[in-house]
Design a protein around this ligand. Sequence first.
Ligand code: 13P
Length: 249
Amino acid sequence: MRQQIVAGNWKMNNDLAQTETLITSLKNQTKTSNAEVMIAPTFTNLWQAYQTLKDDTIEVIAQNMHFAENGAYTGEISASMLKSVGVKTVILGHSERREYFGETDTILAKKVDTALAHHLRVIFCFGEVLADRKSGNHENIVEGQIKNALFHLEASAFKNIVLAYEPVWAIGTGETATPEQAQDMHAFIRKTLANKYGNDLANSVSILYGGSVKPNNAQEIFSKPDVDGGLIGGAALNANDFFAIVNAF
Ligand code: 13P
């Protein structure tokens, strides 16, 4: 049985006081599913969030990280810095990082290597833009993103990798991939993994869907056999909505 995961990516939202308020609301929620629950506040609030949730089952994770160990990279955050504030999991390759901050597959491959070297678990994001979906090129794009950033890894590394398929056209747009589109792509991703690393490994890796997941569509998306959870943006900023999604399993 693959691990089910629901992770909230808060993006650049919530200052320290707002973070504390939202975490307090999250702690008051009741979890009825077996999904692992994670939240990714912004860097400045990670330590506080970690302290507040130390004895809770909600894991505090990071939204990004630099590949270098340390040095002259003004404004960046290293793997060891994340670990020093209690972080054990990092999101890498989010489409917003790719689009607005120029993160390429080559950069992401280096980030993945650094994160794994520091024993961080990686939630690796990828997904096609609308033009690729319309032209029917979406599988090629996704296959390339996965191969270029991950296929240099040993099979054993995948114990610490979670995949997150986030079609760019569905992020923050209110337009969700249909459950069938999500399932088709997740099955394709698993086949791509199986071709390189074998069926056992492919069947062990959790693949999350992200892109306008809401309380009213989560259950149908999560019911698909190759969808192991969700990476949630907007709906993760409301405790009731987020837990409705967590409990959609
Ligand atoms: P939305 O749920 O707001 O579409 O964002 C998805 C996302 O980008 C999560 O990383």
